[in-house]
Each structure stands twice: as C-alpha cells, then as structure tokens.
Design a protein around this ligand. Structure first.
Ligand SMILES: [Mn+2]
Length: 436
C-alpha cells in the first residue's frame, strides 16, 4: 500500500490577493481558498498526513481570520484519520502556537527551536522531524542541532529556513548542510518560489500555496509525496485558485486588444496542458513591437485602467493585471532588453521600471542615492525640508531619461561599421512567451 503525504508550503492565511477579476469574490482566490483545496485533495486521495512548513498565518493580527479556516480544515482531516503536523515560520512564530493551543489536533513540531520527531505509524514506516522558529529572527542554522535518527524507515525533515543566505535572520542553512543532514527529504518553507523537488534532489522549497502577488508566477500548490517500499516520489499539484503569469507578446502591427487576446490564448493553452484549474489567472503582459496606430495604442492603454481586460477561459477567468508597454517603435525596447550591450542594459531597466517589481525598486533606490545630495541642496535653496519626490514622479523622470539615453546609445551602436552592427538587427517575432 502506498503512503501519501500532502506537503503544504507558505500559506499566509490573512493575506488577500492584490487584484482579482470582477465577479469573483477575492476570498475565493486567497490563502483560505487554497487551504480548502488542499484539505479536499487530502481527503479525496486519502493521504496519511498533511505537513505544513510554516508561515501558515501572515501576521499575529490575522489569527482571527485564520482560525476558522484552519479549525475547519484540521477537523475534517482529523475526522478522516489524517494527521496534521506543522512547524512555525518567521511570520507565524506567535500566531501558530496560539492557534495550536486552541486546536489540539494540530501537531505543532519543534516548539521553542527544539527538534522533535514523530512517527506517522504508516505501513511503510515514515517519521517527520521538525523545528519551529523560537522567535521572529534566528541567525543560526537549526541543522547544527539536528539529532541523529533513531527509528527505521524514511525520515522527512520539515523546516522553515533561508537556504544559501549566510547573513539571513531567518534560520540560514546551506544547501550542502541540507544535502548531508540526516533525513531522506527536506520540505522547506520561507521562499515562495517552489523548488524542483524530485527523487534525485528530495529537498527544496514547497513554495507559496497560492501566488500572493503578481510576481509569484507559474505553478503553485501543495506537493504530494508518495512512499512505496521505502522509495519517495514527488508531485507538485497546481491547486492554487488564483494563478499569476507573465506573458510576452508582440503587437505585430495590430492593436492592444489583439495583443491581449493572443496573450490570453497563450495562457489558456499552457494551463490546459498542465491540467491546472484555477478560478482566475492574472496576467502581466509585456507588449513589444510596433502597433498599427501608436496614438490609439496609447489611448487604449489608458482606457485599460478603467475597463479591465477579462476573458473567460475553460472554467477560469483570464484577467490582465498590468500591461508593460515595451513598444517603442523606434527603439524596440523589448527586444533590446534581452541583450547584454549598453542599450540593452538601459532597456532592461526601462522594462523593469514599467513592471514595478523588485528590480524597479532597486533602480529607484539607486537613483535616489545618486541624486540625493542634489535634491537636498535644491530643497535647501528653496527653503524646504524636502521636495517630496514620490516613486511615481521619479519613475516617469527615469523613464524619460532612459529613453533619451537609449536613443543615443542605439544610434552609436547602429552606426558602428559592420560586425558590431549585426547585434543591432532584431528578430522581429522572437517575443512569444519564452523570456523565462
Ligand atoms: Mn517565512
């Protein structure tokens, strides 16, 4: 008989999706809905245990919202004879122990930063060893005190930690430590991008169960572990009720609506192939190339802010979260941004600024540092404490400057005689969705 264990990564109950399509209650798309799907698959597949790798709850204040969904899930699982075991992460270091106190069937492992091991009592013997954050920050590797195994059978490690970030305040461990630690698999929480756990490398991040913001793209959901005659198998289930994708399309001399429609089709084809069944898919669309009518394209981009683009797919809604305008007909920012030459590096930052993620924040931070003294002087001359330049204003200024710099660099690159000139030739339709 196969032993099945459902492994749940960062859930962050209490956090709400930033954006959702019209007609769908955001509560249907967030962590609580994702947890419900986990419980249902655990019951349907008659798993032996559900393991949770920490950060079940977003913040201490969210334990009220988290309580009922956790309680209901744990009760249904327990009634079906399914064990629920978990460790705390840095986010729920206070909330989870308090919830566990109210939910005696929630098996909190490794309280106070002391490793704890329990046997699942399955036909194929499996034990789970876990460690919980004793405080919000922990700068040492918990693996240093991992006790050696005592029982027979497989040993699964459950840990919330920061891999290969030596200066991290969130339980730093190295991948070498994990590889040599005394366990047959490591199921990790903390980083929301899922790892690539498999038979050969049975250790890594489970990832967030549902993408918590538009940058958490791709497949998200719990992992199903099967144990048969001492051998482990991993399957990442695409159960997230809300999915995020980033798609690159070329406007192909047409209009914005056509480009978005093609982006939606691309997403639908991909999800069908994967067998994912989200309720909604939020897409960031990077549009490159040259539109038929650039003025109309501009107007359409503005209109999109009031009239969002949505399209019904097979059981789910595709909605455009954001369009990243990489159409600079003369400069071809999008294609350039894929290259390592000087205009390419500027183009890359321009695309990042449009997108507004971590990279954009880096660019803004660098810019503020670079102009900080000048601004302070100017403010002083005007007799003001500061000039209150917000991110939006700075972004627009950087974009204008970036386009100008790029135009200059492009003219230099393109004017260079032969050889070098070849790098400036652009493959017109290289854009179709392969930029990851
Ligand atoms: Mn965490």
């Amino acid at each position: 008989m196969t032993t099945r264990i459902l492994c749940v990564g960062d859930l962050h109950l209490g956090k709400r999706p930033g954006r959702s399509p019209a007609g769908i209650d955001p509560a249907e798309l967030g962590p609580a809905a994702a947890w419900k799907r986990c419980v249902e698959i655990a019951l349907a597949q008659k798993v032996d245990a559900v393991l949770m790798a920490g950060d079940v709850v977003e913040r201490i204040e969210d334990r009220f919202a988290a309580f009922e969904s956790l309680r209901a899930g744990v009760q249904r699982l327990t009634e079906a004879g399914i064990r629920v075991l978990g460790v705390t992460g840095n986010h729920d270091v206070e909330a989870l122990p308090r919830l566990a106190q109210l939910l005696p069937d929630y098996g909190l492992l490794g309280r106070g930063g002391l490793w704890e091991e329990v046997s699942l009592g399955t036909a194929d013997p499996v034990s789970v060893v876990g460690w919980s954050f004793p405080a919000r920050h922990h700068s040492d590797s918990p693996l240093a005190d991992l006790p050696p195994r005592t029982g027979r059978g497989l040993r699964l490690g459950l840990l919330h930690c920061d891999v290969d970030q030596p200066h991290s305040a969130y339980a730093p461990v190295t991948s070498a430590e994990l590889a040599s630690a005394d366990a047959d698999a490591w199921l990790l929480g903390h980083i929301h991008t899922p790892g690539a756990l498999d038979e050969r490398t049975p250790r890594g991040y489970l990832g967030s169960v549902v993408g918590l913001d538009p940058t958490e793209t791709g497949r998200h959901g719990p992992w199903m572990i099967s144990v048969e005659r001492g051998a482990l198998q991993f399957e990442h289930l695409p159960l997230a009720p809300l999915r995020w994708e980033r798609v690159v399309v070329d406007v192909e001399g047409g209009d914005l609506l056509g480009a978005l429609d093609r982006a939606a089709s691309q997403v639908e084809r991909m999800l069908a192939k994967e067998g994912a069944n989200p309720l909604a898919v939020g897409v960031r669309v990077v549009v490159g190339g040259s539109p038929a009518d650039p003025d109309e394209f501009e107007r359409d981009l503005r209109r999109l802010r009031e009239e969002p683009f949505e399209r019904n797919g097979d059981g789910f809604v595709v909605f455009v979260d954001k369009v990243i305008d990489a159409t600079q007909p003369e400069l071809d920012v999008l294609n350039r941004s894929r290259r390592g030459d000087h205009p390419g590096l500027v183009a890359k930052r321009l695309v990042a600024l449009e997108e507004g993620g971590d990279e954009a924040r880096d660019v803004l931070r660098t810019a503020r540092k670079a102009i900080g003294d000048d601004i302070a002087r100017l403010a002083q001359r005007l007799g003001r404490e500061n000039l209150g330049i917000d991110d939006e204003t700075l972004t627009r200024a950087l974009e204008r400057a970036g386009v100008e710099v790029m135009a200059k660099l492009v003219s230099q690159v393109d004017e260079r005689p032969k050889g070098a000139g070849a790098t400036a030739t652009v493959e017109a339709t290289a854009a179709e969705g392969d930029d990851r």
